[in-house]
Design a protein around this ligand. Structure first.
Ligand code: SF4
Ligand code: SF4
Length: 424
């Protein structure tokens, strides 16, 4: 049975905080609002006070604990490696147990916990797209025509598709003999909003002759529910995905979404020994491609006369787990790309799951800094490896009046690849 840790089970980690304050310089929320309750040290102290019975979850404590992107940037810099994002997520679950989920949290849990309902809502949204949304210039997204609950009217949104990715492809796509078999864990972003990324994923793996299994019964990884404090939903989804992915013999489970990768590769692994094998098999798409000879094959492709300037944004869920080299390696190897590094490529984009819904003004402030770094890099495109980051970065760039488009690296890779494999 999948079981997330209770706040009490993290007491030892909480007590590792020596209040040195090294996390302050690296916390995006503290950068937006210079208040102690916003930084890791403050949230850890609040969690300890709750555990010791010194305070309860009053409105101020709940607000402070909601002011966290769960980005892990503090953990990466902390001398004692205190896992603030795990502590805050556990505290949010405690709050939900004691006070119930917020109305938005209830909505998140209800939708992502019921794949059929999510499918229906996404398809309905896709079919009504032209009524609900207006198109932004340069094809950079959509904007709501009417005010809607929890969504700022000025926010850039990606289109919902009336035909989700997993309905566009067969469940099994045979590759060449002797090549590995992978399960593609698509995640909701690719399935409902960015099916072109899924199609690019298939093209890239077919180029290498890999057999691809796209389980129809996979569900959301559960990360939005982690952020909302909906622990039971996370546990239920973890079990459902384990069953769906265990049903087929595969060498790897590959993701093209940083959050799904963190879900399957880390968060599930902390929920019980039955998830260890899945965590071991889970790979980010660019880790997989880089270790299966793609850069060498790309080097053999003809070079176009004009190259496009592209920079890279590190999604927190990859960066904090050490996956920074391989996405850049693939980008640099693309014949049509002139890669430029931007300043602070590894700072959070400001999305943070439900954070950007509850705290859109702060989310925009954090995103504005990123948009400034993008502009200063001189890049025409920003490439990344996470649908959530794509959505947030495009919104931030549009607010800043920039013209840069945000894409997944896989989309650039698909453009570069020939229609037929060069070799199996
Ligand atoms: S969380 Fe880590 S970096 Fe921050 S105050 Fe505590 S020990 Fe220092
Ligand atoms: S996880 Fe991110 S937002 Fe939360 S305290 Fe740490 S650095 Fe700040």
């Amino acid at each position: 049975m999948a079981k997330l840790k209770d706040l009490e089970e993290l007491r030892e980690e909480i007590e590792q905080c020596v209040k040195c304050g090294a996390c302050r310089a690296h916390c995006p929320v503290f950068g937006a609002e210079h208040r102690e309750g916003r930084v890791a040290r403050g949230k850890i102290a609040l969690s300890k006070a709750v555990l010791d019975g010194a305070v309860g979850f009053d409105a101020k404590v709940v607000e402070d604990l909601s002011q966290c992107l769960l980005c892990g940037s503090c953990w990466a810099q902390c001398p004692n490696k205190v896992p603030t994002e795990e502590i805050v997520a556990a505290a949010r679950r405690r709050i939900a147990e004691e006070q119930g989920l917020s109305s938005f949290g209830k909505g998140v849990a209800a939708v992502i916990g019921r794949p059929k309902l999510m499918n229906l809502l996404a398809k309905t949204g896709g079919a009504l797209s032209s009524l609900l949304f207006e198109k932004l210039p340069e094809n950079s997204g959509l904007r709501l025509r009417f005010p809607a609950p929890y969504l700022d009217a000025g926010r850039t949104l990606p289109p919902l598709t009336s035909k989700p990715f997993r309905e566009r492809v067969p469940e099994v796509i045979e590759g060449a003999p002797g090549q590995p078999t992978v399960a593609f864990f698509t995640g909701c972003g690719i399935n409902y909003m960015y099916p072109a990324i899924g199609e690019a994923f298939v093209k890239a793996l077919q180029f290498l002759g890999v057999t691809i299994i796209i389980p129809k019964d996979q569900a959301c990884c559960g990360l939005p529910a982690v952020s909302a404090g909906a622990g039971k939903t996370v546990e239920q989804l973890a079990e459902q995905n384990l069953e769906a992915l265990n049903r087929r013999p595969v060498d790897f489970v590959v993701t093209a979404c940083a959050s799904c990768n963190a879900g399957l590769g880390k968060i599930y692994a902390d929920m019980g020994p039955e998830f260890a094998e899945l965590a071991k098999k889970t790979q980010d798409i660019f880790v997989f491609l880089a270790s299966h000879g793609l850069p060498e094959k790309l080097a053999a492709l003809p070079k176009p006369t004009r190259r496009v300037k592209v920079t890279y944004h590190d999604p927190c869920h990859l960066r904090t787990r050490g996956i920074t080299k391989e996405p850049r390696e693939i980008l640099r190897a693309l014949p049509q790309v002139e890669f430029v590094e931007m300043e602070a490529a590894g700072t959070c984009c400001g999305l943070g799951g439900t954070y950007s819904v509850y705290h859109y003004e702060n989310s925009k402030k954090i995103g504005a800094k990123k948009a400034g770094f993008v502009a200063a890099s001189g890049a025409e495109l920003v490439a990344t490896d996470c649908p959530g980051c794509i959505m947030q970065l495009q919104d931030s760039i549009n607010h800043a009046g920039g013209t840069q488009r945000v894409v997944h690296i896989l989309e650039l890779l698909a453009e570069a690849l020939p229609e037929r494999p060069l070799s199996p």
